[in-house]
Every structure is written in structure tokens, then in C-alpha cells.
Design a protein. Structure first.
Length: 292
């Protein structure tokens, strides 16, 4: 009797958990669609910016813009490493992969002799590096899974200024690249200095531009926009990847709960059958004892 009662309680508990994980899966699926739309909308603008900068770039113009300044003979001495994670868990190994990639890149830079300033976005990354004894230069928990271009500007403006005055040699971002809901690899991208385009990198014919007032004036406006947009893309891709990882994790949890329920129900049915058989045997034995 006690065994069947315990099994009923476990079945009820697992069934409740399965309902919760199923609901979270549905919520993550709906949010993933909106986040994926933001990623798709951001990519053409980024590609257009990169193409225009590639077409306007020339070595003599590059010497006039600090954002195009490449590391000198001494190499990179100071790097700002922006690590983007989520504020919430229940998304499998999503945050673990991002933190591991951030640690790997930080150790790699420090092994090369560079000093690293951590700029952390998301509670999970902040909590880990606090536990590891690394004090961040900046930490943000207010962005969440709905980043805006204003958030990107806030994150990158101070970094661009520090790079322009020479207190930073590079800015790198660790984020989750959204290839699909099932493929969100942790990625490191250097957004400063802006990498000069390589010959033959552009696909298709080069358009003819009428430059007014000048290529220099246009680049002066486009370069900050390009860096801000790269940060925005990192934020929206990580947000979409988070929802994809949570949907996958909750689907796996729901499927596992269903498997456990099947096992528990079979075990309960066997225990109940054994209990009924025992009760029948006791009744028959009692009846035979009375007639005997």
C-alpha cells in the first residue's frame, strides 16, 4: 500500500513538472520567432554598411581614422573583452559554452601579454566571473533578451572613445552566433579596430558612387555606425540563441518527463496488480479457513 501511494505521488509530481516544461517550451518557441526576425532584419543593414566601407576604404584614408588603427609593432597591450550571457537559466549548456569561450579567449590574450578588461552582459556571466575572482570593468543586467540599438550604443560608445584616445588596443565580443535554433556556437569577434577589407572579398559588381561631400566625411559617420551595429548584432543573435537553447532544453525535459511517466505508470500497475493478487489470496485463504 505504501509503495503504490509513493508511486502515485511521484507520478503526480513528474506530471506537474512536465506541464511546466511544456509551457516553457511553447513560450520559448513564440519568443524565438520574434528574436529570429530581429536577427534577420539586422543582417542586410550590416552587410550594406560593410560593403560601403569596403568600397570607400583606401590606405591613405585609413591613416586619418582612429577606428581603423591597427596594432603597432608592439602588438596588443590592452583589450576590452565583452562577454554576453543571459540573465536566466534553464537553457542547457548555453551560458556554460559562452563563459568557457570567454575564459579561453581571456587566457589566450593574457598569455600573449595583453591586459584584459572584462565587460559583462548578463547575470550568468557576472555570477561566474565574480565566483572566479575577476572584477569586471563594466557589468550590465538590464538588457535582457530584448536588446535595442540604444543598448548597443551605450555599451560601445565608451569603448570607441577609449580606443580613439589610445587607452585600448582592441575590443572583442564573445557572443552566441545564431545559425539556427539548433546551432548557436559561442563565437569571438573583434569589432575594434575595424578590419580593413581584403581584395576580392566583395561579391558582385562594385557600384559607382557619387560622393558628396567626400569619402572622408562619409567614413567619419559610417565607421561608428558600423561598430555600433556589430555590437547590436551580437546582442540580438545571443538573444535569439538563448530562446533556441531554452526551447531545445525544455523539449528534452518534456520528452524525458514523458518517458519517466511511462516507466512509473507501468511500475504502479505492476505493484497494484500484485497488491490485488495478494488481497484475493488473503480473501480465499480466509474463506477456506472458515469452511475448514
Amino acid at each position: 500500500m505504501a509503495q503504490t501511494r509513493g508511486l502515485r505521488q511521484r507520478i503526480k509530481s513528474v506530471h506537474s513538472i512536465r506541464q511546466i516544461t511544456k509551457t516553457m517550451e511553447m513560450v520559448a518557441t513564440s519568443r524565438l520567432k520574434r528574436a529570429q526576425d530581429r536577427v534577420v532584419a539586422a543582417r542586410p543593414y550590416a552587410a550594406a554598411l560593410a560593403d560601403v566601407i569596403a568600397d570607400l576604404y583606401s590606405p591613405d584614408l585609413a591613416e586619418r581614422f582612429a577606428l581603423l588603427r591597427q596594432p603597432g609593432p608592439g602588438g596588443i597591450k590592452k583589450v576590452a573583452l565583452v562577454v554576453i550571457t543571459s540573465n536566466r537559466g534553464l537553457c542547457g549548456a548555453f551560458n556554460t559554452n559562452l563563459i568557457r569561450e570567454g575564459r579561453r579567449r581571456m587566457q589566450e590574450l593574457e598569455a600573449e601579454g595583453a591586459a584584459v578588461d572584462l565587460h559583462l552582459v548578463g547575470k550568468k556571466g557576472i555570477g561566474y566571473f565574480k565566483f572566479a575572482g575577476r572584477t569586471p570593468a563594466v557589468q550590465r543586467t538590464d538588457i535582457g533578451d530584448k536588446p535595442t540599438s540604444a543598448h548597443a550604443v551605450e555599451l560601445v560608445s565608451a569603448l570607441m572613445h577609449a580606443f580613439e584616445i589610445g587607452t585600448l588596443d582592441a575590443v572583442e565580443v564573445v557572443f552566441a552566433k545564431f545559425n539556427s535554433a539548433m546551432s548557436t556556437p559561442a563565437t569571438v569577434q573583434r569589432i575594434l579596430p575595424v578590419t580593413p577589407p581584403k581584395a576580392g572579398e566583395r561579391k558582385g559588381p562594385v557600384p559607382f558612387y557619387i560622393l558628396k561631400p567626400s569619402a572622408e566625411a562619409i567614413l567619419e559617420r559610417l565607421l561608428p555606425l558600423y561598430v555600433q551595429n556589430e555590437m547590436y548584432r551580437a546582442l540580438v543573435e545571443t538573444a535569439a540563441a538563448e530562446h533556441g537553447a531554452r526551447r531545445t532544453a525544455m523539449k528534452n525535459a518534456t520528452d524525458n518527463a514523458g518517458d519517466i511517466l511511462d516507466i512509473l505508470r507501468r511500475t504502479y500497475n505492476r505493484a497494484r496488480q500484485a497488491q490485488i493478487t495478494q488481497e484475493i489470496a488473503e480473501i480465499v485463504g480466509g474463506a477456506e479457513a472458515q469452511t475448514g
